[in-house]
Design a binder for this molecule. Structure first.
Ligand code: C5P
Length: 415
C-alpha cells in the first residue's frame, strides 16, 4: 500500500469510530489518507480527530467556498487511487444509488471515475429492507465493491447482519482492490502477488451415475471454489478451475475444465499439474455405483428392496498431496463438518497430507451450504485461526492473500 492514496468518506453511524482505526492502519502501511466526513459522520467522530490521524485537513462540506476554491470535489476524487466509504450508511448507499450530490461526500462519489469500496453499517432491519436490497443490487451492478457487513450484536441492542466490517477486513479488501487495479483480472499479469504462479482449484460436486438418469452427488453449489478461482486470477495467477456440474457462470480469465465424475476430476486435476498452489474445494462424492447400469433401472414392485453396491472413489486431495516432484508447494483442502469441526478438520489435515485445511461448519442452520456467506477456521501446522463470518468472495480473497504470502515466505527461505 506504500504510496497509495485513499480518500476515506466517513458516514454518520456509530461504526465511524472504527474508521479512525482504519486510518491508523492505512498510514502504518505507507498509504496517504484524506478524509471527508459527512454532516452525520461529524456527529460521531470529529473532523479534528480525522485531521490529526490523516495529517491532512478533513473535508466537511461542499459549500465551504474556501475549500472548493483550494481543492474542489473533482480534485479530491482525481487525486485518489481508491475511495473507501466507511461506514456506508443506508442513507449514503441510497444517495449513491440515485446519484444525489447534495454534499461534498456524495458530490465526490458522483464525480469520480475511481473504484469505490463501501463498508455498509446499519441496523439489521434497514439492511434487510427491500429498498436497501434494491440499492445494493444497483450499486453492485454499477461496479461498487463491498466489504461486510458482519453479523453480531448491534449498538441498538439487536442482533443480526449490519455491523461494519472490522478494520482488518476493510484493509484486506483495500489491498485486494489496489492489487486488482494494477491487474484487472488479466491472466498472468506481471503485477499481482501471484503473477507467474499457477493455481489449481477443484470446485462443485461430482455426479456419479447409477444409470442413465440417476446419480449420486453432494450438495455443493461451487460458489466457494469459483470465488477462489476469481480471487486467484485477481492476484495475477494463471488459474485452472476443474469443476463438477454447477449453475454458475465461468469465472473470467481462468482455464475451465468441466467434469462430471470423481475419476474425471482426478484425471483433469493431474493433467493440470504442475501448480504452485492447489486448493481442493470440490465436494467429491465418496462413492460411486459399483455397477453402473447401461439402462434405466426399473422398480420391481412396492415392497421389494433394491440393493445398490457402492465402490469408493479416489481421493483427489490425498493423491496430489503425496510427496514427489509434482506436488504443489502449497496444498489446501476443505473440511465441511457438522460436528466436532476443529478436531475432525485437524485430523483430516494430517490424514490427507494437506498443508492447510479450511474448516467450515455446514450444519444446516449455518446457511453455509449453497449460501453466500461462511465462517471458516484455517488450520495450518502452527495452529487454528478463527476467521469472522465473511462472504465466500471475501473468504476466497483472504485465503489467496495468505497463500501468496506463504509462497513468498517459502521463496525467501529457499534463497
Ligand atoms: O474426506 P472429506 O470429503 O471430508 O475431505 C474433504 C476434502 O478432501 C476437500 O478438500 C475435498 O475437495 C477433498 N476430497 C477430494 N477427493 C475426494 C474426497 C474429498 O479431493 N474423493
Amino acid at each position: 500500500m506504500q504510496g497509495k492514496r485513499i480518500l476515506l468518506i466517513v458516514g454518520g453511524g456509530i461504526a465511524a469510530y472504527k474508521s479512525l482505526e482504519l486510518v491508523r492502519r492505512l498510514k502504518e502501511r505507507g498509504a496517504s489518507v484524506r478524509a471527508i466526513v459527512t454532516k452525520g459522520g461529524a456527529e460521531f467522530v470529529t473532523p479534528l480527530s480525522l485531521s490529526v490521524l490523516t495529517e491532512e485537513k478533513a473535508f466537511t462540506d461542499l459549500f465551504d467556498l474556501k475549500d472548493e476554491a483550494e481543492i474542489g470535489h473533482i480534485r479530491l476524487s482525481r487525486e485518489a487511487d481508491l475511495i473507501v466509504v466507511a461506514p456506508a450508511t443506508a442513507d449514503l448507499l441510497a444517495k449513491m444509488t440515485h446519484g444525489l450530490a447534495d454534499d461534498l461526500a456524495t458530490a465526490v462519489l458522483l464525480a469520480t471515475d475511481k473504484r469505490v469500496l463501501a463498508a455498509p453499517a446499519m441496523n439489521v432491519r434497514m439492511w434487510q429492507h427491500p429498498a436497501t436490497r434494491r440499492n445494493l443490487a444497483t450499486l453492485q451492478a454499477d461496479g461498487i465493491e463491498f466489504v461486510g457487513p458482519d453479523e453480531g450484536e448491534m449498538a441498538c441492542g439487536e442482533y443480526g447482519r449490519g455491523r461494519m466490517a472490522e478494520p482488518a477486513a476493510i484493509l484486506e479488501a483495500i489491498g485486494r482492490l489496489l492489487g486488482a487495479e494494477a491487474s484487472p483480472f488479466a491472466v498472468g499479469t506481471p503485477l499481482g502477488p501471484l503473477s507467474g504462479r499457477r493455481v489449481l482449484i477443484t470446485s462443485g460436486p461430482t455426479q456419479e451415475p447409477i444409470d442413465p438418469v440417476r446419480y449420486i452427488a453432494n450438495r455443493s453449489s461451487g460458489k466457494q471454489g469459483h470465488a477462489l478461482a476469481k480471487a486467484a486470477a485477481a492476484l495475477g495467477a494463471e488459474v485452472t478451475l476443474v469443476s463438477g456440474p454447477v449453475a454458475l457462470p465461468d469465472p473470467h480469465g481462468v482455464t475451465m475444465v468441466k467434469v462430471e465424475t470423481a475419476h474425471e476430476m482426478l484425471a483433469a486435476t493431474l493433467a493440470a499439474l504442475p501448480a504452485d498452489i492447489a486448493i481442493c474445494a470440490a465436494a467429491v462424492a465418496d462413492w460411486r455405483a459399483a455397477d453402473e447400469s447401461p439402462h434405466k433401472l426399473k422398480k420391481q414392485g412396492h415392497e421389494i428392496e433394491t440393493e445398490l453396491r457402492l465402490a469408493q472413489n479416489p481421493d483427489i486431495l490425498v493423491t496430489i498431496s503425496k510427496p514427489g516432484p509434482r506436488r504443489p508447494r502449497l496444498v489446501i483442502g476443505f473440511a465441511a463438518e457438522t460436528e466436532n469441526l476443529i478436531e475432525n478438520a485437524t485430523a483430516k489435515r494430517r490424514s490427507k497430507g494437506a498443508d492447510w485445511i479450511v474448516a467450515n461448519d455446514v450444519w444446516p442452520g449455518t446457511g453455509a451450504m449453497g449460501g453466500d456467506t461462511t465462517q471458516v477456521h484455517l488450520i495450518t501446522p502452527s495452529g487454528v485461526e478463527d476467521w469472522p463470518p465473511l462472504s465466500k468472495d471475501e473468504t476466497a480473497a483472504r485465503l489467496l492473500a495468505r497463500a501468496a504470502d506463504a509462497l513468498s515466505a517459502m521463496r525467501s527461505a529457499a534463497e
